[in-house]
Design a binder for this molecule. Sequence first.
Ligand code: SF4
Length: 244
Amino acid sequence: MKRADIDRLFASLAEVIPAPKTELEYTNTFTLLVSVVLSAQATDRSVNEATPALFALADTPQAMVALGEEGVRDKIKTIGLFNSKARNVIALSQLLLDRHGGEVPRDREALQALPGVGRKTASVVLNEAFGEPTIAVDTHVFRVANRTGLAPGKTPHEVEAKLERVVPDRWKRGAHHWLILHGRYTCLARKPRCFACVIADICPFRPKTPDPEAEAALAAETKAKGRRRLPPPTRKASPRAPRA
Ligand code: SF4
């Protein structure tokens, strides 16, 4: 994608999403970290439904360790993979206490050393909590980057490396959120809403999906026109009786 189009892409997304941020609900950096860990292979909505009750009991590593694995499990059992996630939340809380004085470190290596924290989770925390220009690549970002030609790649890692290279600095901080929200609400996996997309004119993805409402209206109009065009019914001449 050309540099001018990349600028256009982000300027257009920034217009419709003026405050790019995570949809996960959290109250401090620790609860953000826990929410992102819980969101692996689960929807933000399912996490947001469970975490208020959890964070009301434990919003610090100390309180989380005191709550214990059983207590965490009980509060997150509606989230996929809750057994291993409960184990990780307790283990990472303990490590934060042991190695970082109970604080979430602003350091990728230290973050990724925590149980349940991979590159993507670390990138989200660095970006959301510390304002670092990281671009985490999840399934939505991966799809949008490929379809638009912004940063095509076969693996999330490849896409992330390309995004780091091609996204201008002024857009880097919000890029992850703009791409993720665009993928979640417009550039849907099975049926992208190209008819409602603000970057449709610079996106090479084909075929573009038409607006179902406009399609239905057109079909109804065509049907009505067809009906109007039908020739008037002709009377069949009744056969004359042969003259005697
Ligand atoms: S035009 Fe369609 S495929 Fe391209 S980014 Fe927009 S929604 Fe996605």
